[in-house]
Write a protein that binds this ligand. Structure first.
Ligand SMILES: Nc1ncnc2c1ncn2[C@@H]1O[C@H](COP(=O)(O)OP(=O)(O)OP(=O)(O)O)[C@@H](O)[C@H]1O
Length: 238
């Protein structure tokens, strides 16, 4: 049983299908990447995994517990960054990291380590709301990861990052998975996910339609071929 498991999970937003019949296992020690076109359902899957959305059908399990009955203390083993960083705009970077640590019962010494690892020292005492987009993203990642979670869920984490921070994140995720964490990450950068992922899962129109071999050459071509074939099949059936 994976650290994160979705069984036949579906959800709708009114008439719009969010996800349909998704089954996915993210085991300890693996990095699973979700790739798909805009609106494919990657964020929706992550929000369901984190209990931010309730499925209309199917079950989400974290650490073997269905979400509805999972002991709340288990959340301290989760580190997530989906859509916007969980940060207080009026507090400084350092204060935000302290609060994130307190929520997870993490030693405060980790704040200094996180500031250092993410090169946030120069902005540690600036208010979060005054930061550049990339620095906000680095604070969000530092806050989500400083407690070394057993389950990591990151939605397009490299979007606004500079190349040095992309490397920090890449090395962290590989190290974390090697230490036994389960990692679910979404991205539009196929080359980047191919460097770190054990599995690349393709999402299209709210379903998981296949996988890509991270070691395969011409990954983009294979990705578009899967998506186009699925679109054509859906059109035929419509
Ligand atoms: N709160 C919502 N209300 C209505 N529709 C929604 C809502 N959230 C998502 N959707 C719809 O669900 C579908 C999947 O969206 P989702 O954000 O999961 O896609 P995504 O793969 O993360 O896309 P992107 O790569 O653009 O971030 C889309 O059709 C989207 O418009």
């Amino acid at each position: 049983m994976g650290v994160l498991r979705l069984d036949d999970v579906s959800c709708r937003f009114g008439d719009v299908r969010g996800l349909a019949g998704v089954t996915l296992d993210v085991p300890a020690g693996q990095i699973v990447a979700l790739v798909g076109m805009n609106g494919a359902g990657k964020t929706t899957l992550m929000r369901l995994a984190l209990g931010m959305l309730r499925p209309e059908a199917g079950t989400v399990r974290l650490f073997g517990h269905p979400l509805a009955t999972m002991p709340v203390t288990q959340w301290r083993h989760v580190g997530a960054f989906v859509e916007v960083p969980l940060a207080y705009p009026e507090l400084t970077v350092r204060e935000n990291l302290r609060i994130a640590g307190l929520l997870r019962g993490t030693e405060q010494a980790r704040v200094a380590e996180a500031l250092d690892a993410w090169r946030l020292g120069p902005v540690a005492d600036r208010r979060y709301r005054r930061l550049s987009l990339g620095n906000k993203q680095r604070v969000g990642l530092a806050a989500a990861l400083q407690h070394d979670p057993r389950l990591v869920i990151l939605d397009e984490p490299t979007n606004a990052l500079d190349p040095a921070s992309v490397i920090v994140l890449r090395e962290y995720l590989v190290r974390r998975a090697r230490d036994g964490a389960a990692v679910l990450v979404s991205s539009h950068h196929l080359d980047e996910v191919a460097r770190i992922a054990d599995r690349i899962v393709v999402v299209n129109a709210g379903r998981l339609i296949g996988e890509l071999d991270p070691a395969a050459p011409a990954l983009e071509r294979l990705f578009f071929a899967q998506v186009l074939a699925d679109d054509a099949q859906r059109e035929e059936q419509a």
